[in-house]
Design a protein. Structure first.
Length: 285
């Protein structure tokens, strides 16, 4: 049996993780009073965004303990199972390195790792694809190989309401954040080479959607053969124009819709929305 392991930056909540047959290791959020939240477990995203809006100091996020990974690997090895670990970009978090260190500490050889080179909605798409490939009967090596190929065709584009959260969290240079935040500009971000990068900008919310859809086409368009997922931080209505775009412009089934969780939401902030998708060039055997 192949066990699929990921982290909570994929924003796959416990109920869905059980449905998919994956295990999610929670990252941590430390609030300004010093209390620690396990991402996706101790507070709903909606509750968290209400709290975040009132914070004077930005909460901090941290990777899980290596012991959580080590315990999982040893249990899998004892059962004779293999493990595929899919984690957020190592450029944005130490989680991937932590997971690999734990495998060394556990002295197991039944684990393969995939650095998603992305986060959030994009990471969740790789996990979902891994589930499909596992259920189709592919081997551990075949799944990992397919994911490495698929991630070259994976894109995440998001509109950010306020870049101060990315700046304060150290995920975006201050000069870029200041330039993007002037004159009511809504910046678009993407993940490039595993890091957060500016993808464009637009004036006002309507312009942000137009820029988002234009960027999607620039990146190769959305493959109808693979799942896409739209995400929002604080309000479900933020993804309605994306659903309309799929239905009315692309004549495709609507994407999955998921709320962005506490760890990624700390850096994206309230009012963020975006889409992760595989482009039309992706072909898997």
């Amino acid at each position: 049996m192949i066990r699929i392991l990921t982290d909570s930056a994929s924003d796959i909540l416990p109920a869905e993780a059980e449905q998919l047959g994956v295990t999610v290791i929670p990252l941590n959020v430390t609030l300004e009073d010093g209390s620690i939240l396990r991402d996706g477990i101790d507070m709903t995203p909606t509750e968290y965004y209400a709290h975040l809006a009132s914070c004077r100091k930005l909460p901090t996020t941290s990777q899980p303990s290596p012991e959580l990974f080590e315990k999982f690997y040893l249990e899998a090895a004892a059962a004779g199972d293999e493990v595929l670990g899919i984690f957020l970009s190592h450029e944005l978090s130490g989680t991937w390195q932590c997971a690999k260190l734990a495998a060394d500490l556990a002295n197991v050889d039944n684990v393969l790792f995939v650095d998603s080179a992305t986060v959030c909605l994009g990471e969740s798409l790789l996990v979902r694809l891994a589930v499909q490939l596992r259920d189709a009967g592919k081997t551990l090596v075949q799944i990992a190989t397919d994911l490495e190929h698929a991630k070259e065709h994976l894109h995440l584009v998001a509109a950010i309401d306020d870049l101060k959260y990315l700046r304060k969290g150290g995920r975006l240079p201050a000069a870029v954040a200041v330039a993007g935040g002037m004159l009511g500009i809504k910046p678009l971000i993407t993940i490039k080479d595993g890091k957060v990068a500016m993808a464009g900008k637009a004036r006002g919310l309507p312009g942000a959607y137009v820029a988002l859809f234009k960027k999607i086409e620039e990146l190769g368009g959305i493959s109808p053969d693979f799942t896409a997922v739209a995400g929002y931080s604080s309000s479900l209505r933020e993804v309605q124009p994306i659903e309309n775009y799929f239905r009315e412009n692309l004549h495709m089934g609507e994407p999955l819709v998921r709320q962005i969780g506490c760890v990624i939401g700390t850096h994206a902030g309230p009012g963020a929305f975006g889409l992760a998708f595989f482009d039309k060039e992706l072909v898997l055997e």
